[in-house]
Design a protein around this ligand. Structure first.
Ligand SMILES: [Fe+2]
Length: 407
């Protein structure tokens, strides 16, 4: 038992060992993993597999996985975090069989697998990629020669769905072909991977160039590259399009990997990349047509990164829907415009543009947090249906199928 005044440097060393048997050769192989522990005044320092990590004592008590602290059936915390003494320290500590054992002042014992601690440490987390991605320009994408999923297999075979989702998550865009050219079949394809996110446009929407809504999408005009619903506090995660009919010319869909362009900006002008992650600006959607009255506004930066690693996870880029900039002083405004122009120049490089002709039967899924879309102008009747999905639901389906997400 350690007394509290022994919380000066304490060093425990342990060599944990595990035996593995190879029955085919009858050979016993011994592997040994070294773990070292230091108790510092404000944290516990663990070196495991040669990686040093530091754990706050309050965190360790809060993350106890004993039955009384954590419900393993529901994967929810039982412990009332608010009741823990903020100055808590363990009174006893042990390293035993690849586990860390702590005894707390009230006699409660916590047991943590060292591998679990390492996996959940800040030091390990900041080195991990949350979402592995293959960034692309048109050349990279075309050379990857990614096969579209086929409707019948996609609807009936989980392996096909898994392959589709893996491609989708890597590239931010994926196709299903041979889908019947109906709203119902498009809905069924979407429901195969996610709940549908209902918005002001409806659950499943269908549009032509009839100007029925107060949005340029409902015209024959060209649309520059953009992400959708930047005026939502959580922009829609995925966009699904299916061109059901087009009797005319033009109307190709433009796709640009926004993260590819943003990473180019990060390499070239890191200060501008950082500025675009820091400056929050408003986007808005104001509609006042017969039967449709909407006024939505949301605020967020153009580029969103995970603060612990600066990995990009979302881009809001919609010059149509960008609202008044009034969240930054005038001198920052000037720098913001320079940063915006540099990013725009990257996004507009012809070599970064992937042009796709959507046709009946070909459903496209676009990661609306990453891949920008646009279209060229067109003539004639063009009918497109689709819907929005939430990124969370798609990721949940992918996890359930065992799709590899990150490192
Ligand atoms: Fe759009």
């Amino acid at each position: 038992m350690l007394s509290l005044n022994m919380f000066r440097l304490l060093r425990n060393k342990l060599l944990t060992s595990a035996l593995q048997c190879s029955s085919s050769h009858g050979l016993q192989v011994q592997s040994r993993a070294a773990a070292t522990l230091h108790l510092l005044h404000n944290c516990l320092e663990l070196t495991y597999e040669e990686s040093p990590m530091r754990f706050n004592y309050m965190w360790l008590r809060d993350h106890c996985r004993s039955e009384s602290s954590y419900n393993h059936k529901t994967n929810q915390r039982n412990l009332d975090t608010g009741s823990i003494d903020l100055t808590i320290r363990p009174v006893d500590t042990k390293l035993e069989d690849d586990h860390l054992l702590l005894t707390w002042p009230d006699g409660h014992m916590s047991k943590y697998k060292l591998a679990w601690l390492a996996e959940n440490s800040y030091e390990r987390k900041k080195q991990k990629v949350v979402n592995e991605r293959i960034l692309w320009n048109s050349d990279i994408y075309n050379k990857a020669n990614i096969q579209s999923a086929k409707w019948d297999k996609f609807m009936s075979c989980d392996d096909e769905l898994k392959r589709f989702l893996q491609n989708y998550l890597l590239y931010g865009v994926a196709f299903v072909e041979d889908v019947p050219a109906t709203v119902e079949a498009t809905e069924a394809v979407a429901l195969r991977i996610s709940l549908i996110r209902e918005t002001t446009y409806g659950r499943m929407w269908c549009f032509t160039s009839d100007h029925s809504r107060g949005d340029t999408a409902y015209s024959q005009l060209a649309l520059d590259r953009h992400t959708d619903t930047s005026y939502f506090h959580e922009p829609c995660g995925i966009q699904v399009f299916h061109c059901l009919k087009h009797e005319g010319s033009g109307g190709r869909t433009l796709l640009v990997d926004g993260f590819y362009a943003a990473e180019k900006l990060r390499q070239k002008s890191p200060e501008y990349f950082e500025l675009l992650t820091k400056v929050h600006i408003h986007h808005q959607y104001i509609e006042n047509t017969d039967g449709h009255r909407n006024h939505m506004t949301a605020v967020g930066p153009l580029l969103e990164v995970y603060p612990w690693s600066t990995e990009l996870y979302m881009m809001r880029y919609n010059n149509y829907d960008r609202s008044v900039i009034n969240t930054i002083p005038h001198d920052v405004v000037q720098r913001w415009y320079v940063a915006h122009k540099e990013l725009t120049a990257e996004l507009r490089k012809p070599k970064n543009e992937l042009w796709v002709k959507l046709k009946p039967g070909k459903v496209i899924f676009i990661d609306n947090w990453r891949v920008l879309h646009g279209r060229e102008s067109f003539t004639g009747l063009r009918q497109v249906c689709g819907c929005y999905l939430t990124r969370d639901d798609v990721l949940s389906t992918a996890c359930g199928l065992g799709v590899h997400l990150g490192s």
